[in-house]
Design a protein around this ligand. Structure first.
Ligand SMILES: CC(C)(COP(=O)(O)OP(=O)(O)OC[C@H]1O[C@@H](n2cnc3c(N)ncnc32)[C@H](O)[C@@H]1OP(=O)(O)O)[C@@H](O)C(=O)NCCC(=O)NCCS
Length: 165
């Protein structure tokens, strides 16, 4: 049995997010995140244009299939994966793994040595993604999300860029 009926879809192309993606990004975000942890239109607009952020979009046939957002702080060697999501119809095709690798590559390009992130303690799919991608758990934030769900904190050391630009 194949893992997903969507395997026949064209491969995802990764690119920087742009203002024309706003509606699609908001729809994606609202499908998964609520209240305190949803990124607003204003928030996305900021992240798309801010030099302290990299918003990567997975584009499948002209559609926004997923996104990953990395934030940077000045003088910090730690990048933060602020969000990653893949639309339901595009899941289990390796798109999150592709987005995560691109997010890490972007962080390496900013000379960051670590990527950090938080994930809901009740999200085994996302936890499996991070653990199988080299992330190790180092902490927990109590009742961080809605419904008092804890956040698990993960970190990955980033190897050096071979061909730094
Ligand atoms: C978590 C999420 C980003 C994964 O996206 P995806 O494109 O389906 O993930 P991939 O196909 O790249 O899967 C990579 C690995 O993640 C793990 N994984 C992903 N979804 C999973 C699921 N539903 N159950 C178990 N493991 C899962 C698997 O280890 C998988 O590797 P495999 O397919 O070789 O077994 C997606 O389900 C999503 O957007 N969820 C809602 C938003 C969210 O929870 N984001 C994380 C916030 S921290």
């Amino acid at each position: 049995m194949t893992k997903s009926p969507n395997r026949a879809l064209p491969p995802a192309k990764l690119r920087r997010g742009r203002l024309a993606d706003l509606d699609a990004l908001i729809a994606l975000e609202r499908d998964f995140f609520t209240a305190d942890h949803v990124i607003s239109r204003r928030g996305f607009r900021h992240f798309i244009t801010s030099p302290k952020s990299t918003l990567i979009v997975a584009d499948v046939d002209g559609k926004v299939a997923g996104c990953a957002l990395v934030n940077y702080r000045q003088a910090s060697q730690r990048a933060r994966l602020y969000t990653i999501s893949v639309g339901r119809e595009f899941q289990r095709r390796g798109i999150a793994r592709q987005l995560l690798a691109a997010a890490e590559q972007s962080a390496r390009g900013r000379r960051c040595r670590f990527m950090r992130l938080e994930v809901r303690a009740d999200d085994p799919g996302a936890i499996a993604l991070y653990e199988s991608s080299g992330y190790a758990r180092f902490g927990r934030r109590s009742r961080y999300y809605d419904n008092r769900i804890d956040a698990l904190r993960f970190e990955k050391p980033l190897s050096r860029l071979r061909n730094a630009t």
